[in-house]
Design a binder for this molecule. Structure first.
Ligand code: GAL
Length: 416
């Protein structure tokens, strides 16, 4: 563990002993999808909690699977069976507010926000995402960016290429690399990562206003610009590995590291993986830029934890949430995770080169929400979009995909 992390934990432990936190007891079950090699950042939080509240036993329940595809299904079953974990991970946005909050299953955390002064420490745009009818329903631990392109400088150098900054330039780079014998220049993983590629293409082709109009129901999916988005996405699929459906996001990122592929569009948890798990040096062993055609736009998402009604150990869950919102916890978690703190007062000297650049962009870029990770669209649309994408992948019919997406948007009542 880094020295700064150790020092922070030690000073928090001392404070906890003085404040009587050491006497607290309980059993706290937290639920997330941060397992396996996605776990180190969460593990550091658990450790911090255990050191602060040694009498509270944490059960760290994780369900493996990127983007929570499996975890969300397990959570649903548990919630509906009256077996809620004490606190669970959910993306800020309609993924939480449009589901468990609307259903009246979550506690309003406004009083915690008041007592901790968080309304002044967290960006309004993030608080808005987790608010519903005057209540605030979760505690965001981070801000991730979905529109990042990763590459290895040495690979590009070998082929005399620069990282493409537009989608047409990406297609050119792809042809060049294929001519050199690289079979799949753009690395791609399982379904939700394909949707993230589509998301980056759409933001690039529609611009941030167009992207927002889509989710506000002001632009139809049958608009020629969205049809063009599918067409471009199809060309990018032709530039990708055929076994995408069998690869996790870590596999997809690793293809770039091994030189099998040159580029990967992936949220910046990839930075956490490459630095924390693989021990690579940002800027040297790997580099990044905004996804092509999206420079100046930051597609955001935030991981947060909430408190379901009926939590078995509500007191401990409140302690957990209080800790998550603290500056110390966010500055321990995020440098390992690849994200930046949701809080505006984080100490950037603790972060690596990638996160420092993300923090600058977060301040200066146009911010839009990620559809794939719950911030831009409702759950009905997001969970139904995979079918649209699968159908598109088999026939590459852009017009048909646009129509199916519009039908899904209508069913999902997107604009309401
Ligand atoms: C996202 C989540 C990230 C990361 C990623 C891959 O949905 O917000 O924190 O876990 O999935 O699993």
């Amino acid at each position: 563990m880094k020295k700064t992390v150790k020092t922070a934990i030690l000073s928090i432990t001392a404070a906890a002993l003085l404040s009587g936190a050491a006497q607290a007891t309980g059993n706290l079950e937290i639920f997330s999808w941060w397992s396996g090699n996605e776990a180190p950042a969460l593990d550091a939080l658990v450790k911090l909690f255990e050191t602060t509240y040694p009498g509270v036993k944490i059960e760290n329940a994780t369900v493996r699977g990127g983007a929570g595809t499996n975890a969300k299904a397990v959570l649903k079953t548990r919630m509906l069976n009256g077996d809620a974990p004490d606190s669970f991970q959910a993306h800020a946005g309609q993924e939480l507010t449009g589901t468990w909050v609307v259903a009246g299953r979550m506690e309003d955390l406004s009083s915690l926000y008041q007592s901790e002064g968080w309304t002044r420490k967290l960006p309004k745009a993030v608080i808005d995402l987790i608010s519903y009818k005057g209540g605030i329903y979760s505690v965001p631990v981070n801000v991730h960016r979905s529109n990042v392109m990763w590459y290895v400088p040495a690979t590009l150098k070998r082929f005399g290429l620069k990282a493409p900054t537009t989608w047409p330039a990406m297609l050119n780079a792809c042809s060049t690399l294929k001519a050199w014998g690289m079979r799949a220049p753009l690395s791609l993983g399982e379904g939700w990562t394909q949707q993230m590629l589509w998301e980056s293409v759409a933001v690039g082709m529609l611009g941030s206003n167009g992207w927002n109009d889509l989710w506000a129901g002001k632009m139809k999916f049958t608009d020629p610009r969205v049809v063009d988005t599918f067409t471009m996405y199809g060309k990018l699929l032709d530039c990708s590995n055929a076994d995408a459906n069998d690869l996790t996001w870590q596999d997809a990122t690793s293809r770039v590291l091994s030189g099998q592929s040159a580029f990967n569009i992936m949220g910046d948890w990839a930075a956490g993986y490459m630095t924390t798990v693989k021990g690579l040096k940002p800027g040297k062993d790997f580099a990044w830029t905004a996804s092509p055609s999206t420079g100046g736009t930051f597609v955001m998402l935030a991981d947060s934890f909430g408190l379901p009604k009926g939590a078995k150990d509500r007191d401990s869950a409140l302690k957990w949430l209080k800790l998550l919102g603290s500056r110390q916890a966010q500055d321990i978690f995020n440098p390992l995770k690849g994200s930046i703190a949701a809080r505006t007062d984080s100490d950037l000297s603790r972060y690596g080169a990638y996160s420092q650049s993300a923090a600058r962009d977060w301040k200066s870029n146009v911010i839009v929400g990620s559809m794939v990770h719950g911030a831009a669209a409702n759950e009905t649309f997001t969970s139904g979009f995979g079918t649209v994408m699968d159908t598109f992948a088999s026939g590459h019919n852009a017009g048909l995909a646009a129509q199916s997406a519009q039908a899904l948007a209508n069913r999902s009542k997107l604009s309401q």
